[in-house]
Design a protein around this ligand. Sequence first.
Ligand code: FPP
Length: 244
Amino acid sequence: MPAPARPDDGDGAAVLRHLAIIMDGNGRWAARNRLPRLAGHRAGVEALRRVVEAAPRLGIEVLTLYAFSSENWKRPAEEVSDLMGLLRHYIRSEVKSLNENGVRLDFIGNWQALKPDLVSLIEEARALTGGNTRLTMVMALNYGGQDEIVRAARALAADAAAGRIDPAAIDVAALAGRLDTAGLPPPDVVLRTSGEMRLSNFLLWQAAYAEIVVTETLWPDFNAAHLMAVLDEFGKRERRFGGR
Ligand code: FPP
């Protein structure tokens, strides 16, 4: 298969269009600062604000953020409830300024299964910001890569069973078109903070050719300077997409 066309900035260097982030380390940050875990997640929201503000200035078009995984339900009920509360608060308090700043807010994962008030907030945020083009901010909520692929496969199987598509015609593009990320470019970089070297069920399909960047910085400490370091690191990588 030919390498997908990549944009460049005119001197041949690849442009980091889509950055996907596993925002890890809130709990360790809280422990290091002798604070409850909730304080770590709150500080994580501040880091999120900083990155969303800096990203479009650095030429990033899409930011995908792993905010709550389909496995995070295994955490103690109090922490799950704290994270949902932060999410609710974040959307309510930020959506107006995100909209004013040209940010389109979108969501991947099985977010329709969240509490009805959160689903309504998400639907309102999508409707309000749907026409914005400066930055697309995608929040992965109740998201698991395996679950996303299963849902896409089920949709294709239903189409095949109903005679709407020929199973032999199912290809990479057909499956990609049924994923939650349909229409978005694949991530150029998957960044994980706080040193762990795992994908943790994040963007399993989409990350096929993504550069993986792991930083030791704990997510709550992450700032625009760290983001610039990620861009520098990306600039040094040689991307071949399976070619030579
Ligand atoms: C990982 O830290 C982070 C999460 C499980 C959730 C990410 C959430 C945020 C950045 C804040 C919430 C943002 C919104 C808008 C809801 P961890 O708790 O796994 O850290 P640890 O591995 O050090 O314990």
